[in-house]
Design a protein around this ligand. Structure first.
Ligand SMILES: [Zn+2]
Length: 151
């Protein structure tokens, strides 16, 4: 077993996000809304030696199975990330992250005067206008935000 596999223990059930761009694991967790408050084990390894990238981060979220629409928002932070769904210690699903054109209900618009932040029940809609570096435009107030503004 290689050094990179030993860095984080295996999990029985849950989601493993591998090949995360080095140093971005905390932003990935933030984008996923994983706070640790639900009591499940979350393991983070940062700057682990990797064959594919020279370094990578790994995130393991136990007892939570992230859907593709949840993990696709990781593409903004780390397009190289791979998502593994684990059941009974086995990888039952492996997928790459794929950034959609429009992010619906994923991030709130940071503009406090935007109509999507009023008492109106509007689903936040952000259009990806640039991928690298990531920039998104709010459909309602048409302002353009950097990824850092959204996390
Ligand atoms: Zn807005």
């Amino acid at each position: 077993m290689s050094e990179e596999h030993l860095a984080v223990r295996r999990i029985r059930e849950g989601t493993v996000i591998d090949h995360v761009a080095p140093g971005t694991a905390l932003r990935v967790l933030s984008a996923l809304g994983v706070t640790g408050q639900d009591g499940h084990i979350v393991t983070i390894a940062m700057n682990v030696p990797s064959d594919k990238l020279s370094k990578k981060d790994i995130v393991k979220i136990e007892n939570r199975f992230l859907r593709a629409d949840e993990t696709n928002k990781i593409a903004l932070i780390s397009p190289s990330a791979t998502v593994n769904i684990i059941r009974n210690f086995k990888v039952v699903e492996k997928r790459n992250v794929d950034l959609p054109e429009v992010l619906e209900g994923v991030f709130h618009c940071p503009n406090p005067t935007c109509i999507s932040n009023s008492s109106e029940p509007l689903t936040p809609l952000l259009t990806v206008v640039s991928r690298s570096p990531p920039k998104l435009r709010c459909k309602y107030c048409t302002r353009v935000f950097k990824l850092e503004d959204l996390l």
